[in-house]
Design a protein. Sequence first.
Lengths: 311, 262
Amino acid sequence: MEMMIETRDLTKFYGPHLAINSLNFQVAAGEIVGFLGPNGAGKTTTLKILAGYLSPTAGTARLNGFDVVGESLKVRASLGYLPESVSIYPDLTVTQFLQFAARAKGVEARREASEIGRVTEACGLMEVRRTMVAALSKGYRQRLGLAQALVKSPPLLILDEPTIGLDPSQIVEIRTLIKNLEGSHTVMLSSHILPEVSQLCHRVIIINKGQIVASDTPENLSRQMGHGARVRMAVRGPAEEIIAALSRVTGVTQARSQGDGSFLVEAAAGQDLRPGLARIVVEKGWDLLELKVHEFSLEDVFLNLVTEEES
Amino acid sequence: MKSLNGCLALLRKEMTVYFATPIFYITGFCFLVLAGYFFYTNVLYYSVISFQAAQQAANPQVAAQLNPHYLIYRPLFAVLAIVLMFLVPLLTMRLLAEEKRAGTAELLFTYPITDWAVILGKYLAAFLVYLIFLTFTLSYSLALNFVTRLDWGAVGAGYLGLVLLGASALALGLFASSLTENQVVAGVVGFALLLLFWIIGWLQEVGGGGVGKVLQYLSLLDHYDNFTKGVIDTRDLGYCLSFIFFFLFLTKRQLESRRWRA
């Protein structure tokens, strides 16, 4: 399988502060990979090194087969980069800025207009194409940032928080846009919105304190890191008695009330608690309103990993 | 070829920004008002002297001084050089400092453009703006040409001096802009460095001997003075071109260090 990104012992110090520590990961061509981590974990530093903006203190990174330090220009020609807080020249119009991006990326003069039209259309910028960047809303600026990254259809896109600052409908549009790049482009994106990563990404890399703590598909991570099974129930009856009764069901490790007649019951992994729980509620004469297996979300996995690391 | 494309992309972008911001119009207006004022007063002075000489029935000593180049252009070129010291930092202070302050540098330096293309694109844009200002002043000479005979060779040498002096100052200003992310600091540092290279020749009397000669050679003023006399010397040309390359090279090193220091 062709590797689009390969890092080996990638390390970066800011003065005495270690930002990332010996990162080793690979991203295959066509993959959409999510890069997760709490603030200060080293996500943005890693992406800046991959984009050729910063040099690593130690280790290597290769993009599209080119070394980010030794062949920086070839690396930069292979990627579209959206920085975390995208800043764009305020004195240019949207079209003027995209013209600059197209020329800087070496788009041929005869293809310039069609290329600008394509990314303007794709990112929903048609109505503001003659507007000065200084007058754009944050959402439009973010879209413009994404549009410049898409100019010349680079094989690799590095997107640092691509949906930050967008309203819900814009978020859906941008997610659809990124999803449509699947297969034809390799995308590496960082995000704080975990459901977004679950929806978009084939694989998730979680880093904390500059080190990779997990790397797998969102489903596998949920399976591996969700330590056990959980059932969410809604029962009408006396809460304390219900908790006592549920706790006595075989396999249950913990039962707790979540208020408003809602209960969360946990058991060891691989057990289906639902028949036993339903039976006891009916036997006791309480009303069973809801019974649902609660999946471990990427959010739970993320919190588990980060808190495990910290403890 | 790719570097040239990147350089031209930057040049066009910078020119668009210059024309969209007030700095071009304000500096241009001030420069042309001052240049026009000094040219007008010099011409007035020249006409008064000419009138007096005509009344003194061709006094040979006065007649020898009645050269428009010496009475109009040399003082004009001298004063324009002073104006230029104030003007150039205003043109260059934004170029790299603002990229860093606004954060646009992050996008710029992740485009497939070499550092040299970035430097040359920005430098050439500032140089073009400067040439536009100078071109407007040519209209004074064209008007004067109708009423008196001009030594166009000497005037041309003076303009070449102004072009080279401006180009040198712009290279120094660009370097000052690469040192900081604050435009005002970039402007002040640029002005201070320019002033230093302007007056460094004055120290030759203090230094004396070999040191004095080196200091005099480093002075922009001394080399510029030859051009204003109508003399084009390859040593002066070499000095200006070396000065430009030296400061553009320092700017390149400064940009390179960013990737490691950040």
